[in-house]
Every structure is written in structure tokens, then in C-alpha cells.
Design a protein around this ligand. Structure first.
Ligand code: ADP
Ligand code: MG
Length: 351
């Protein structure tokens, strides 16, 4: 008994020293001899390169389950695959949705409302028109844009939560590409937690989500890519525990029009039909809700610094953000003041 008491005291002291809350529930359990041992899985899914790292004795089973879960979600959401639930909905105009697709559609409609239409999954006809769905890129004519725009507006989707039936407006089609990876990282983190993992980090393209802290009790360090620099260079580092760090950037997917030399990226402003020109080139959202983080990184990019800051001021209990403008200046919301390190400094956004 005395030995056990001593062990518990040591564990408690260790927790107080490191300050990580994630291990609190585990303090009374037997310590995991493999707590600091990790495994990593690499995979390609949802049109991006992913890696998943988990620590502790249950890590390999959890990683195997996570990969299966990612592949299951990919099969439901991918617009490019004919059998996906989303493709069926786009083809038929109406479909009964399974639990995950329903959850994602519901969140997409909520965020459409709260962002004043900046996040709008009905931009798909515009994605097709610009060639982002086939990589057969083209700059459309003004008439083509105006015609495609008549199909855009998520307020025309009807959603019946009792029968789980979605019905699109005439001619509409939807694309979950702006939110699906965030939902997926959130689902993987929830699965890890259920399977007893207390420390993990997943990266699905620009979407990073962490469970707990590192096994030594220190926070995870996530690099924010320099949108104007060479690939892989970093402008800031953020330290987080139990958070998603999700970036949308104009450098992630774009093409250059050879005739004019102008570049066009894949984040479409639903009010104009053109790639958003908001003066920003990257937005990172930090939040405990991966699904929200993904949709908001896209929406805030479209809103720009001024409207994005106002949106944060009204929702600062839900997320924090880092904005980078086309001149390369950083703007950081107040809640991140102590956890963002940037060599060139930044402007703090306050309430
Ligand atoms: P990435 O997929 O590169 O991480 P984002 O999360 O910003 O980047 O999502 C961009 C994707 O979201 C586009 O490829 C497209 O599928 C979709 N999308 C583009 N514009 C919008 C928009 N205004 N609202 C919702 N989804 C959008
Ligand atoms: Mg997004």
C-alpha cells in the first residue's frame, strides 16, 4: 500500500511539473511501460498525404483502426468517386445519408449560416468550371461564372433530420472538400481516446490534430508554413495540447494562366465565383473541434482579415486564429499570445 501511495505521489508531482491535463485520469491507473514509445502510419487518402503517430501500449491496434476508419470515411465523402454517398446525392439530387455524411452536411449548413455564406458546399459547379476537380484548369468566361453562380447557395439544400434525407436545389451539387479532412482528424482523435491512447498527433495534409500532450508532458509543437517562402519553410511555431491546428492556404492548390501569368487558387468566394482575393494567403485555425477548424479556415480565408477578425471577436470561445496577408505579415488572436513563436514578430488581435 505504501509503495502504491508513493507511486501515486510521484505521478501527481510529475503531472504538476509538466502541467499536462491529459494524463490526469490515468494517474490512478498502472503506468504504461510503453508510454513513450510511438508508432507512425503513413497513408494517402482524400487526395492528400497523411501521417498518424500514437504513443503507448495500445498504439498499434489504434493506428490500424484509424486507417480503416479514414478509408471508410473517404469512401463516403469523395466527390471524385462514383459510389460515394456524396456522388449519389449529386447524381440524384436527393439521398438518405448515413450517420457520418449526415453529421457533416448538418455542420456544413450551420457554418454556412454563421459565416454569412462564405463557407458554402454548393460551390462544386465552380470547382468544376475552374478545372479543380479534373486538374484540367481553365479561366472561365464571365458568362460561365455567372451561370455557375446561379447554382450556388446552400440555403437551397433541404435537410430532414428525422429521415436523414438531403435534397439539393435544382441543378446543385455539393463538395465536402473544405470540411471532410477536419471531420476525419476529429474522428480519428476520438477513436484514439476511446481506445485508451492518451498521446497522439495526426496530420492530414494541412490539418494537424493532437491528442493530449507529448508523453514527456510538454506540448506538441506545430509549424505554420511560410506561404510566400519555399515549400517546407516555417514562419511560426505554435504549442498546443488537445487541439486541431488547421491551415487553408492559396499556395496549396493553384494554377497559373499562361496568357496572363496570373495564379488562381482553389478557395472560391461564393459571392463572386472567383478564387477569393481577400488580401490573405493563409489562415490557421486553432480549436478543439477539428470539423469546425477545417470549415472556418476556408471561410476566414474568404472573409479576409477585417471580417475574419470580427467573426473571431464574436466566436472567440470556439477558436483562435493566425492570419497571414499577401505581404507576409502575421496577425494572431489574443488567445494564442503565449503559445505562438514567430521570428519576425506579429500583430496581436484583441477583443
Ligand atoms: P485544403 O483542402 O487544401 O486543405 P481547404 O480546407 O481550404 O483546403 O479546402 C479547400 C477545398 O474546399 C476546395 O478544394 C473545395 O473542395 C472546397 N471549397 C472551396 N471553396 C469553398 C467554399 N467557399 N466553401 C466551402 N468549400 C469550399
Ligand atoms: Mg478547410
Amino acid at each position: 500500500m505504501k509503495g502504491l501511495h508513493r507511486l501515486l505521489c510521484c505521478l501527481l508531482a510529475a503531472l504538476l511539473l509538466t502541467g499536462c491535463a491529459a494524463g490526469t485520469a490515468e494517474a490512478e491507473a498502472e503506468p504504461d511501460p510503453e508510454a513513450e514509445t510511438s508508432s507512425t502510419q503513413y497513408l494517402e487518402a482524400m487526395d492528400t498525404f497523411m501521417f498518424l503517430t500514437a504513443y503507448g501500449s495500445g498504439r498499434d491496434d489504434a493506428l490500424e483502426a484509424a486507417v480503416a476508419e479514414i478509408q471508410r470515411l473517404e469512401a463516403l465523402f469523395t466527390v471524385g468517386s462514383e459510389d460515394s454517398e456524396i456522388s449519389q446525392l449529386n447524381r440524384s439530387g436527393t439521398a438518405v445519408l448515413s450517420e457520418d455524411t449526415a453529421a457533416l452536411l448538418e455542420r456544413s449548413l450551420e457554418i454556412y449560416e454563421s459565416t454569412g455564406g462564405a463557407f458554402d458546399i454548393t460551390v462544386y459547379p465552380l470547382m468544376e468550371l475552374w478545372g479543380f476537380t479534373t486538374q484540367d484548369y481553365q479561366v472561365p468566361t464571365e458568362t460561365e461564372i455567372q451561370t455557375a453562380l446561379t447554382l450556388v447557395g446552400a440555403d437551397r439544400i433541404s435537410w430532414d433530420s428525422v429521415t436523414s434525407t438531403a435534397t439539393l436545389g435544382e441543378g446543385q451539387s455539393v463538395d465536402l472538400g473544405g470540411i471532410a479532412k477536419g471531420y476525419t482528424s476529429q474522428t480519428v482523435i476520438d477513436l484514439f481516446r476511446e481506445m485508451g491512447v492518451v498521446s497522439a498527433m495526426v496530420s492530414l495534409g494541412g490539418n494537424v490534430q493532437c491528442l493530449g500532450c507529448k508523453p514527456d508532458g510538454s506540448p506538441w509543437r506545430v509549424g505554420i508554413q511560410d506561404p510566400t517562402g519555399t515549400e517546407g519553410s516555417i514562419v511560426a511555431v505554435i504549442e498546443v495540447e488537445d487541439q486541431a491546428v488547421i491551415t487553408s492556404g492559396s499556395y496549396e492548390r493553384y494554377f497559373t494562366d499562361e496568357a496572363t501569368g496570373k495564379t488562381y487558387h482553389h478557395i472560391i468566394d461564393p459571392s463572386t465565383g472567383y478564387p477569393a482575393e481577400s488580401g490573405l494567403c493563409s489562415v490557421t485555425v486553432v480549436t478543439s473541434d477539428g470539423t469546425l477548424g477545417d470549415a472556418l479556415s476556408t471561410a476566414l480565408f474568404i472573409m479576409g482579415l477585417e471580417d475574419g477578425t470580427a467573426y473571431w471577436q464574436a466566436h472567440s470561445d470556439e477558436f483562435q486564429a493566425i492570419f497571414i496577408n499577401t505581404e507576409g505579415n502575421l496577425y494572431v488572436t489574443q488567445g494564442l499570445e503565449d503559445v505562438v513563436m514567430a521570428d519576425e514578430g506579429y500583430t496581436l488581435l484583441t477583443q
